[in-house]
Design a binder for this molecule. Structure first.
Ligand code: PLP
Length: 382
């Protein structure tokens, strides 16, 4: 099989690609056929052989790649690659309809990371400090720190949950922004919805809250709620971000969204340095209207989590129950050593997240790949 994908294969969609093996040549589709090989071998020998590629369980990516309809949109959009995306970008109107929120509340980003950085920049421009849980996703604080802002890191509580009370106490007169990630990353737990709402209403009176909901679509937990309703109802000083990178599998095409009061949305837009690319825009336009793929990704992520959690339960290894597409596992070994040993078995696991340096963040790959992971974990660490 050569690396070329014909126009016909793309137009026919996933099944034609699958039949010809062409998905192997598409980034994100690369593990498809080896994955099936794993299943066959598992049934044949009851021992899953080492795959001939490195399975990425390190960056919380979507192992399935873009949906069939997104792939078709990507292919069609190649002819538009000479165009800037700012004329007639369909995403604000589409997302406005889907989220039932005015387009003047929406900012588009080259991934949500661009919008996180703008949040860090806005805080820095006002001088002073920001408050974040620790550990958490570091894009916003790292950018703020690089711009001369002091970052106050508030350790998670004894249950490894974001400690809202301690965060409120850590806020100083010069604190301009509080960052929250819900579900958190690398610890995939959620903030209880009523406590979160009260916290936002209190703190956003005179400082910004940046709420990162990158994993929103994966959550199935009655304690959780998005805070989009607050923005919808005119809440000031609140920015919420979402991304096409996770459940939609478009991380490489850089599409993200921020939702905030129109005045803040204008400030965000004025400070941005990036622009969405036209291919990402077309892919997201198609993908956000394709519920089938999102449901499939959700279902398989749950299946993968079940495989890992069942294994961990059977061995008594401690982990945080996941509300996202990744797990956080107490290995009892330095993470550098754990990474190296898994990599030798062609599994790439997450980077270190101090202070939890013997914990491993593990992104969910395809279910048959997670079976190989469980087998390997048993082999390496017993
Ligand atoms: C919590 C969180 N927020 C934001 C992002 C950035 O995503 P993107 O820039 O691809 O939208 C990530 C990526 O892993 C993340 O884990």
């Amino acid at each position: 099989m050569t690396g070329k994908v014909s126009r016909r294969q793309l137009l026919l969609g996933g099944s034609a690609l699958f039949a010809t093996g062409a998905l192997q040549s598409i980034p994100g589709g690369g593990g498809f056929l080896p994955g099936l090989e794993l299943i066959r071998s598992a049934h044949a020998q009851d021992v899953i052989p080492k795959p001939d590629y490195i399975i990425r369980m390190s960056s919380n990516e979507n192992p399935w790649g873009p949906s069939r309809v997104a792939l078709r949109a990507i292919y069609n959009a190649i002819d538009e690659a000479n165009l800037y995306s700012f004329y007639g970008n369909p995403l604000p109107a589409l997302i406005s309809r889907q989220q039932d929120i005015g387009v003047d509340h929406i900012s588009l980003g080259a991934g949500s990371a661009e919008l996180l950085k703008v949040g860090g920049l806005l805080a820095g421009m006002r001088g002073g400090s920001i408050v974040i849980p620790h550990p958490t996703f570091e894009d916003l604080p790292a950018y703020a720190e690089a711009n001369g802002t002091e970052v106050i890191r508030v350790p998670v509580d004894g249950d490894m949950k974001t400690d809202l009370e301690a965060m409120a106490s850590a806020i100083r007169a010069d604190t301009r922004l509080v960052y929250l990630c819900n579900p958190n990353n690398p610890i995939p737990n959620v903030i209880e919805k009523n406590a979160l709402r009260d916290f936002i209403l209190e703190i956003a009176r005179d400082r910004m809250i940046f709420l990162d909901e990158a994993y929103h679509e994966f959550v199935d937990n009655p304690d959780y709620s998005t805070m989009m309703g607050l923005v919808r109802n005119g809440q000031r000083n609140l920015i919420i971000t979402r991304t096409a990178s996770k459940i939609h599998g478009l991380a490489g095409l850089r599409v993200g969204f921020a939702f905030s009061h129109p005045e803040l949305a204008r400030e965000i837009t004025n400070r941005q340095t990036g622009l969405q690319n036209i291919i990402g825009v077309r892919a997201a336009e198609a993908s956000y209207q394709d519920e089938e793929h999102a449901n499939f990704v959700l279902r398989t992520a749950r299946e993968s989590l079940d495989i890992v959690e069942n294994y961990l339960d059977s061995t008594g290894i401690n982990y945080i129950k996941s509300n996202a597409n990744f797990s956080f596992i107490e290995t009892g070994h330095p993470i550098g050593e754990v990474q190296a040993r898994f990599l030798a078995e062609n599994i790439q696991v997450g980077r270190p997240f101090p202070p939890f340096t013997d914990w491993m963040r593990l992104s969910m790959a395809k279910p048959d790949e997670m079976r190989y992971f469980a087998q390997t974990y048993r082999k390496l660490f017993g």
